[in-house]
Design a protein around this ligand. Structure first.
Ligand code: 13P
Ligand code: ZN
Length: 260
């Protein structure tokens, strides 16, 4: 279990270092799968709680999530204390907290749990390789989502790809754009899950980013490269320039070269 907790704390440290984690901003989850019952002998299990929803593909899954209201800088320091380990029941509609002697029993799972559950359920249903979800608040991408002309998928991707080759190569299917929805709502979870069937990263209008990856760090990388494009955009804008960027022909050539 420790190695899984450490994977999350390593990424929470990166979010903190990037300055995307003001107060309790952001949340992370990592699905560690269906662990044998023997494993729980050294742990206690908390009371059974209802999801008010059935996630059939999450039957018997164990998922680690950051606690509601926790700071990324605290997760980095004390992962056992600020991470919540959920063991989901056979039916996929209830969960228990897996408790060790370092666990904070007052901790609640992230307020965005509904999005994490919907997405993990979809990833398993579609036999996808991603097991991690990172939600964070990168300032430059959020700023772009306040500008009307970039509040559509084609416009924002054409801009971000035109800024640096890395974005074309690493984020080749682009970022999904999710129009504003209430934080922590099921509607946000449903819209995001639909979008992530064809993407690995989505931008929540006027809120932040959510990405999936094989590991939390892979999901972080994807947001990092997109945020860098947005950052460069504001640098040249602030310097008073409108630039052409990498044009369509050059982008197409790059895609052919990297077979993407
Ligand atoms: P939590 O602290 O509940 O995870 O919320 C942080 C956040 O970013 C909500 O969108
Ligand atoms: Zn958020």
């Amino acid at each position: 279990m420790k190695k899984h907790l450490n994977k999350i704390s390593k990424t929470s440290a990166l979010l903190d270092k990037r300055g995307w984690a003001e107060a309790n901003a952001g949340n992370i989850s990592l699905r560690i799968g269906n662990i044998s019952n023997n494993y729980y002998k050294k742990y206690q299990l908390g009371e059974l709680k209802n999801f008010q929803k059935t996630f059939t593909h999450l039957s018997n899954q164990v998922i680690i999530v950051t606690g509601a209201g926790t700071r990324m800088r605290d997760v980095k320091r004390k992962p056992e204390r600020y991470l919540f380990i959920l063991k989901i029941n056979e039916a996929g509609n209830m969960f228990q907290q897996i408790i060790s002697n370092k666990t904070n029993k007052n901790l609640k799972p992230t307020s965005e749990l509904i999005s994490h559950l919907y997405i993990h359920n979809m990833l398993l249903a579609n036999k996808r390789e991603e097991r991690s979800i990172v939600h964070t608040h990168p300032a430059n991408l959020i700023a772009l989502s306040h500008i009307q002309k970039f509040c559509n998928q084609d416009a924002i991707n054409n801009l971000l790809w035109s800024i640096q080759p890395e974005t074309v190569v690493l984020a080749n299917e682009g970022i999904a754009f999710i129009p504003y929805q209430l934080t922590g709502s099921e509607k946000l979870a449903i819209e995001t899950t639909k979008a992530l069937e064809k993407h690995r990263v989505a931008l929540w209008e006027k809120h932040g980013c959510i990405a999936i990856g094989k590991s939390p760090e892979k999901a972080f990388d994807l947001i990092d490269v997109l945020e860098k494009s947005a950052f460069i955009f504001f640098i040249y804008k602030n310097a008073g320039y409108n630039v052409e960027g990498i044009n369509d022909i050059k982008q197409k050539k790059m895609r052919r070269h990297f077979k993407i």
